[in-house]
Design a protein around this ligand. Structure first.
Ligand SMILES: Cc1cc2nc3c(=O)[nH]c(=O)nc-3n(C[C@H](O)[C@H](O)[C@H](O)COP(=O)(O)O)c2cc1C
Length: 364
């Protein structure tokens, strides 16, 4: 049933034994003071290294990019050392792992940021209808401060510097997080980008920061080591894109010639982004379906079999099924998506999900 997902995928940039990627998932278990990944992170990712490609949780690229307690970074030498343990553990099992580079923009709170400073964003547009998780519980959002043009340029450099550190930490590549209403999508969407300078206004202006980041990261580490994740028409985190089709066609057309490792499209909105963007993207396309229920392997396998995607990413099912590709191959039943300790804590709910074989022996 899952043959399409179990076939290898080879390009100049990627050499994947199967088409089942692990989607990036924040688990909020890093040391909150140092941003060093959890001591259990190497085990967690190693357990899942049967994935065609592992993509880490979002990792902050500078101090203002951090979205909440327990998020890891790629800024300090200690953080690089912590990630090196993760990449070595994955490589020892024959796996491949990309680091997801993340700037949350307005999706954070002064309590999460050093010196309790105000979060930054393209424009001072506050999230009204949701609260934000902090070390002191869930609080109302504050109005973010508008980034200056100089700060935007230095943020572009921070993405590139974090990508270089990811290479030093032994990652096979990086994924730029352009999805889910974080800083990059805040620049793309009209309702969160009200700037009148060169970083706002027209589509050209709203795409300037995202494209500058992609170019800078690709130049820093080589385009074949860079993936880009987007979520066209995603209304999460109070994003409203007036014309996602035109916007993302333009973005993809501009990125296409660079020869990136992949484009990762999160399908959620009313616009059929995966099918539409597939026709404009000659490289590897990773698809992920974002909805209330965990991605359905049957539907995802169909996307690959029908040529809409080369690889599909699974999030929640990979948390509870560390050996997900092996289970799809053997037909072993899948464990349901997790319902405990998704965020924060130690090994509980993180590294204690058994493989199918371990579950069978445990039952004896
Ligand atoms: C606990 C959790 C944390 C997530 N963290 C991230 C993240 O750090 N970066 C990101 O791009 N997406 C993140 N996502 C979204 C997932 O990558 C994925 O798009 C979503 O879970 C839908 O796929 P699924 O149905 O296979 O779980 C997260 C999802 C979950 C459930």
């Amino acid at each position: 049933m899952y043959e399409a997902l179990l076939a290898p995928h080879h390009t100049e940039a990627l050499d994947l034994p199967n088409r089942v990627a692990m989607a990036p998932m924040t688990r909020a278990r890093a040391d909150d003071d140092t941003g060093v990944p959890s001591p259990h992170a190497a085990t967690y990712y190693r357990q899942r290294s049967g994935a065609g490609l592992l993509i880490t949780e979002g990792v902050y690229v500078n101090a203002l990019a951090k979205g909440g307690p327990g998020i890891p970074g790629l800024v300090t030498p200690e953080q690089v050392r912590g990630w090196r343990e993760v990449t070595q553990a994955v490589h020892a099992e024959g796996g491949r792992i990309f680091a997801q580079l993340w700037h949350v923009g307005r999706m954070t709170h002064p309590l999460t940021l050093p010196g309790a400073v105000t979060p930054v964003a393209p424009s001072p547009v506050r999230i009204e209808g949701a609260r934000i998780h902090t070390a002191e519980g869930s609080l109302a959002h504050v109005t973010p401060r508008e980034l200056t043009a100089g700060e935007i340029e230095s943020t572009v450099k921070d993405f590139a510097a974090a990508a270089v550190r990811a290479m030093a930490a032994g990652f096979d590549g990086v994924e730029i997080h352009g999805a889910n209403g974080y800083l990059i999508q805040q620049f793309i969407a009209e309702n969160t980008n009200r700037r009148t300078d060169r970083y706002g206004g027209s589509l050209e202006g709203r795409l300037r920061f995202p494209l500058d980041v992609v170019h800078a990261v690709a130049e820093a580490v080589g385009p074949e080591r860079v993936g880009l994740r987007v979520s066209p028409d995603n209304d999460e985190n109070e994003i409203a894109e007036a014309d996602a089709r035109t916007t993302y066609r333009e973005l993809v057309d501009r990125v296409e010639p660079l020869g990136l490792a992949y484009l990762h499209v999160l399908e959620r909105g009313r616009y059929g982004a995966v099918a539409d963007l597939r026709t404009r993207w000659s490289g590897t396309l990773i698809a992920n379906h974002n909805g209330p229920a965990a991605s359905d392997p049957v539907a995802q396998a169909r996307l690959v079999a029908e040529g809409h995607a080369d690889v599909v990413a699974f999030g929640r099912l990979f948390m509870s099924n560390p050996d997900l590709p092996a289970r799809l191959a053997s037909g072993e039943p899948l464990a349901p998506p997790p319902n405990r300790r998704v965020y924060g804590g130690g090994a509980d709910g993180y590294t204690d999900y058994p493989t199918a074989a371990q579950a069978k022996f445990a039952a004896v």
